[in-house]
Design a protein around this ligand. Structure first.
Ligand SMILES: [Zn+2]
Ligand SMILES: [Zn+2]
Length: 347
C-alpha cells in the first residue's frame, strides 16, 4: 500500500492520529524522557469511580459502585498522587486529600484526563482541594483541536449556568497541559507514554512506568474496524480498499495492543459482552469484555481491571460475568477482574 493511501486511510479512520503525530514534549513542568533507573517501590491503586456514562447509585450497585470514573495512583515512597479522570468518584478522593494530604503539606497533585466526555470530568467542580489556595493541580489531557484548550473544555462546566462557582473563583493554582501522543518525563523516575485510542473524540491511553512497574489505562476505546464497506453488494464496495482498510485496522489495533505489553496492571474499558457489542450499536465506542481479556492475555499482562461498567450492569450481572470469567480463566496466568469502587491494588 502506498504511503499516501495509508495516510488517507488513517485520516478517515482516526482523525486524531493524523492531527497529532507522535512527538516529544517539553514544557516547564514536564520534559523529554531520559534514562530511568529501576528500583522496587510500592504503588497503591484505588478505584474511586468505576461506572461509565452516568452515576448509578442504589442498592443494586453497592459492590461495583455507582460513581463515574476516577482512579488514584499513589506512589508510596514520596506520597505522590496521580489521578486518572474526574468522574463523580473524585469527590470522595478530594475529601481524603483534604484530610490526609493537606495537613502534612502534600499539596501538589496531577490529574490525567483520558478525554473530556462528561462521565470523566463531571466530578471536577466537586474536588474540594480546588478551593484551597495552597493546592497546586496540574491537569493533563487531550483536546480535539489545537485551538480548543483543555482549560476551556473543563472550565466551561463551571459557569453560573451550570454550577454556582465559576472556574475563575477557584483558589488552587491550576495549570493545564494539552497532551498528544508521545513520551513524557513526569519527574520522580516516572515515564509516561500516551497513545490515541479509538473513541468519538480525542482520547488518550496512558502508560505509567515507574521503578520497574507498569500501569496502563485504556479507556474509552473500541477496537479499530475496517471503515470501508465489506459487502460486495454495496455500490461503494472496492476490493482493494477493503484489503487496505483491513491492513490499517490491523496496524492500529496492534499499536494499542503493543502499548499494554507486559504491564503489571491494565485498567481497561469493558462495559459489554461480545454479544451485546455485536447486537447493539449503542455499545460501540467501548470494548467488549472478551476483547479486553484476549488482548491482555496476548500481551502477557499480569492484572486486568475492567471498568466503565454500564449503568444497566447491576451487581448481580457483573457477579455473573465474574463467575464465568473465573471458570474460563483457570489455566491463565492473567488475573482478570471487574473493578469495584473502593478496591485497592498494591503493585
Ligand atoms: Zn466514558
Ligand atoms: Zn467517552
Amino acid at each position: 500500500m502506498s504511503n499516501l493511501l495509508r495516510i488517507l486511510l488513517l485520516s478517515v479512520s482516526c482523525v486524531s492520529v493524523t492531527l497529532f503525530l507522535p512527538f516529544l514534549s517539553k514544557s516547564d513542568d514536564i520534559s523529554v524522557v531520559k534514562e530511568v533507573t529501576s528500583l522496587e517501590s510500592p504503588i497503591l491503586i484505588r478505584f474511586w469511580g468505576t461506572r461509565g456514562s452516568i452515576p448509578t447509585p442504589g442498592k443494586e450497585t453497592t459492590k461495583y459502585g455507582g460513581n463515574t470514573l476516577c482512579v488514584e495512583i499513589r506512589l508510596k515512597e514520596n506520597n505522590r498522587l496521580i489521578i486518572i479522570d474526574a468522574g463523580s468518584g473524585i469527590r470522595e478522593l478530594g475529601k481524603k486529600v483534604v484530610s490526609e494530604d493537606i495537613p502534612i503539606g502534600n499539596n501538589t497533585f496531577d490529574l490525567f484526563l483520558t478525554h473530556t466526555h462528561w462521565d470523566h470530568i463531571q466530578g471536577f467542580p466537586f474536588f474540594s482541594p480546588l478551593y484551597l489556595s495552597q493546592v497546586k493541580l496540574r491537569v493533563f489531557g487531550p483536546v480535539q483541536y489545537e485551538n480548543d484548550l483543555l482549560e476551556n473544555i473543563v472550565g466551561s462546566q463551571m459557569t453560573y449556568r451550570y454550577f454556582p462557582v465559576s472556574a475563575s473563583e477557584l483558589a488552587a493554582d491550576i495549570k493545564y497541559y494539552n497532551l498528544k501522543q508521545g513520551t513524557y518525563d513526569l519527574g520522580d523516575n516516572i515515564v509516561l507514554r500516551t497513545i490515541y485510542l479509538n473513541h468519538t473524540i480525542s482520547c488518550l491511553g496512558y502508560r505509567f512506568e515507574y521503578n520497574g512497574k507498569v500501569i496502563c489505562t485504556v479507556f474509552d476505546h473500541q477496537p479499530f474496524s475496517n471503515l470501508f464497506t465489506t459487502d460486495p453488494n454495496d455500490p461503494m464496495y472496492d476490493e482493494q480498499m477493503v484489503r487496505d482498510g483491513e491492513q490499517v485496522k490491523k496496524e492500529q489495533n496492534k499499536a494499542v495492543e503493543d502499548f499494554i505489553a507486559d504491564a503489571d496492571l491494565v485498567i481497561f474499558d469493558a462495559p459489554y459482552t461480545q454479544k451485546q457489542y455485536e447486537e447493539d450499536s449503542k455499545s460501540h465506542d467501548h470494548s467488549p469484555i472478551e476483547y479486553a481479556i484476549a488482548v491482555a492475555r496476548k500481551q502477557r499482562v499480569k492484572k486486568l481491571a475492567m471498568l466503565h461498567h454500564s449503568p444497566d450492569s447491576k451487581d448481580h450481572l457483573l457477579d455473573s460475568y465474574a463467575r464465568k470469567l473465573s471458570k474460563q480463566d483457570s489455566d491463565s496466568k492473567l488475573d482478570a477482574f471487574f473493578a469495584e469502587e473502593g478496591m485497592e491494588i498494591e503493585l
